[in-house]
Every structure is written in C-alpha cells, then in structure tokens.
Design a protein around this ligand. Structure first.
Ligand code: FES
Length: 105
C-alpha cells in the first residue's frame, strides 16, 4: 500500500525568510499558520501571549518593520521578507521553572 504524501511533498508549506530579534530565520509555514504560533511554538519566543484572539487586548503584539501588529490574526506568511520582528526573548529554563512552580502553588 502506498504511503500517504507528506504535507511538504504536497507543497502545503510556504518557505519564508524573516529577521527575528536581529537574527535571520528561514522556516516553512503552513498557509493557515498564524505568526503568533510560529513565533511562540517554532521559534520559542514566548513574550507575545495569546489572550483574546480577536485583536482587542494587545497581548500578542509584535513589532513588524517597526509597526505593531496583532500576531494572533496575522498569517505567518505575511511576515515573509519583512525586515524585523521584535519580541521578548525566550524565558530561561530557570525562569520558566520558577513561573511554573509559582502557578502550581
Ligand atoms: S491575543 Fe488579544 S489582540 Fe491578539
């Protein structure tokens, strides 16, 4: 039986290049992926948060070419070739552990 084609083989990924916090990045994104998910889940930069998901609260705000954008609704491919995304850096493992411990009580 033939193995199903991967999404990459089906051409469902879009290669994009962007500069994140001064570092050039080359990644492949799915057409429906949001910039917030790519920055948080793929690049590990957790400074932008998901909260309202409808461009109201500003928790997901990133600077894209110096302009604030709501990354919770912006498709990641819209950032391709854009100059610069600025967001807070990844929490250190110690800080993440401390935050998790504090939440658990
Ligand atoms: S999560 Fe609230 S504006 Fe994006």
């Amino acid at each position: 039986m033939a193995k199903p084609m991967s999404r990459r083989a089906q051409g469902q990924f879009l290669p994009i290049s962007m500069t994140v916090n001064g570092v050039a990045r080359e990644i492949e994104v799915e057409p429906h992926e949001l910039l917030l998910d790519v920055v948080r889940d793929r690049l590990g930069l957790t400074g932008a948060k998901r909260s309202c998901d409808v461009q109201v609260c500003g928790a997901c705000t990133l600077l894209l070419d110096g302009r604030p954008v709501s990354s919770c609704t912006l498709p990641a491919f819209e950032a391709r070739g854009r100059g610069c995304i600025r967001c807070k850096r990844r929490l250190s493992s110690t800080a993440a552990f401390s935050a998790g411990s504090a939440r658990r009580g």
